[in-house]
Ligand binder design. Structure first.
Ligand code: NAD
Length: 494
């Protein structure tokens, strides 16, 4: 018997639910089954134009003049409503992108904290009094930068949308959210919650669509002042080129090939817990993946055996089964890409000590499943150690000295995050200071919170999300100078 499709067939533009004008209705695939599970609206370029026009109107309306405390109250209402809906949102997210339900159920209840934290920031958007001249009153103010175009990846749709939405509302911007073509459903749900929280019409608009159509139009649109993008660095480069004509502000959160360093004085049990989890979480589809595990040679063999054993024991299955520890890849092309890298790693001489193939079982037939894979005896010159695979794959690379570890860690085009395990506090700070990455975790990994700036060096991005620093991306800084008594002389007097 055919099951009923979940329906999300309207775009959210200017506070109205509307059918796509030049877009289409398509289906979203559940990656656990390979079958359509939802019927969804995809925006065309004209739909994006309508959304940007609505956002621009909203910027010219009461939203701009609304007291920060009122904006904060809306953010707090959204936090409350989100918390109520988190269990339902977790099921939708797991159906759309294949993250195990146990993970989405654990992650989503933290999202209201972002809205609450940004409510506080909205009330503290402050400038500076510049005291250099008793005859001039000089001060700075922060103003909303204008319409924000938010471009969302498929791997963590609700997390990445929440970060951008909370910041935009705190800054007093209007936002047009372009959800990814593979995972369009939950951004539309979030629009419903924003509406219920009292966000004025046009301040939040949601237009899922294809990158080359809706994404490209949003980037090129002259009335969009900021593009906040999360995704692959090559897409970011395209966006940079496309945004040049209208000289937008750009904020990019891109990928990584992050080093996770285990020194031989580490608390090995905890280091192994973290290294295994951060190599395979979300089927390897997270930007912070600790995909290069650098291990001091004296403990290398032990770490290889242990990570291989743990990887082979991970329970793979349908994302909606609460016993599942690792779900599918989010879409078929991503699964095919990961399978290609299994072959590449083998060809370049890495030793496969776990996985290295697709996963099949009667329960997962049709879905996009691969086995968690461990490449031992890897080195940092291999493509499998240099390129972001975005699958559950880690390369175990031995090193001898602290200097070696730092050199290998930094020998990458990326610089998103890094982790290190040691009991030597001097080494912890010394190595952290040398790692070229936006976040370094010492004796922990993947610790991310609303109040901590997050973003990358090098090809991993531009700008920061989270923390007060994120407001820099969404606000313009104005300097006002009021003359209190200086005489303006006639420059052309003879
Ligand atoms: P992607 O770059 O393929 O797509 C991201 C978004 O960009 C999608 O919405 C897509 O439709 C859109 N897009 C594609 N082409 C476009 C264009 N020409 N103009 C405008 N928009 C366009 O990335 P993905 O495959 O969805 O996500 C995986 C990547 O995202 C990985 O590299 C991962 O590391 C990165 N990521 C980074 C972070 C972070 O916070 N640093 C978080 C999550 C994911």
């Amino acid at each position: 018997m055919a099951t009923e499709l979940y329906r999300a067939e309207k775009l959210f533009i200017g506070g109205e639910w509307v059918a796509p004008s030049d877009g289409e209705i398509t289906t979203s695939i559940n990656p656990s089954t390979g079958k359509p599970w939802a019927s969804v609206a995809m925006a065309g370029a004209k739909d994006v134009d309508l959304a940007v026009a609505a956002a621009k109107d909203a910027m010219n309306g009461p939203w701009r003049r609304m007291a920060p405390m009122q904006r904060a109250n809306i953010l707090r209402a959204l936090a409350r409503i989100y918390a109520e809906h988190a269990p339902r949102l977790a099921e939708l997210e797991s159906s759309d992108n294949g993250q195990p339900l146990r993970d989405t159920r654990a992650a989503l209840p933290s999202h209201p904290q972002w809205y609450n934290y940004y409510a506080g920031l909205a009330e503290h958007l402050e400038g500076r009094h510049v005291q250099i001249d008793p005859n001039a009153h000089i001060y700075t103010t922060r103003e909303p930068a204008g319409v924000v175009g938010a471009i969302i990846p498929w791997n963590a749709p609700l997390t990445t949308t929440t970060w951008k939405l909370a910041t935009a509302l705190a800054a007093g911007c209007a936002i047009v959210i372009k959800a990814a073509e593979h995972t369009p459903v939950t951004a539309l749900e979030l629009a419903r919650l924003a509406e219920e929280a009292g966000v004025p019409p046009g301040v939040v608009n949601v237009v899922p669509g294809y990158g080359s159509v809706a994404g490209a139009r949003l980037v090129a649109h002259p009335d969009v002042r900021v593009v906040s993008f999360t995704g692959e660095h090559r897409t970011a480069q395209d966006i940079m080129r496309n945004a040049a004509d209208s000289m937008k502000r750009l904020a990019f959160e891109c990928g990584g090939k992050s080093p996770h360093i285990i020194f031989d004085d580490a608390d090995l049990e905890q280091a192994l817990n973290a290294a295994t989890h951060s190599a395979f979480v979300s089927c390897g589809q997270v930007c912070t993946l600790g995909s290069r595990i650098l291990v001091q040679r004296s403990i290398y063999d032990r770490v290889v055996d242990e990570i291989a054993r743990r990887a082979s024991a991970i329970r793979i299955g349908n994302a909606l089964d609460t016993a599942t520890q690792m779900g599918p890849q989010t879409h078929q092309e991503q699964m095919e890409k990961t399978l290609r890298y299994f072959a590449i790693g083998r060809e370049e001489g890495a030793r496969v000590v776990a996985g290295g193939e697709a996963y099949h079982s009667p329960e997962t037939e049709g879905g996009y499943f691969v086995r968690p894979t461990v490449f031992a005896d890897a080195n940092n010159d291999m493509r499998s150690s240099r390129e972001e695979i975005f699958g559950p794959v880690c390369s175990l690379i031995p090193f001898d000295t602290e200097e070696d570890a730092v050199r290998i860690a930094n020998d990458t085009i990326y610089g998103l995050v890094g982790g290190l395990w040691t009991r030597d506090v001097g080494r912890a700070h010394r190595v952290s200071a040398q790692i070229e990455a936006g976040t370094v975790w010492v004796n922990t990994y993947r610790y991310v919170r609303w109040a901590m700036p997050y973003g990358g060096y090098k090809m991993s991005g531009i700008g920061r999300e989270n923390g007060p620093e994120s407001l820099d991306e969404f606000t313009e800084l104005k300097t006002t100078v009021v003359n209190l008594g200086n005489v303006y002389p006639d420059a052309y007097a003879r």
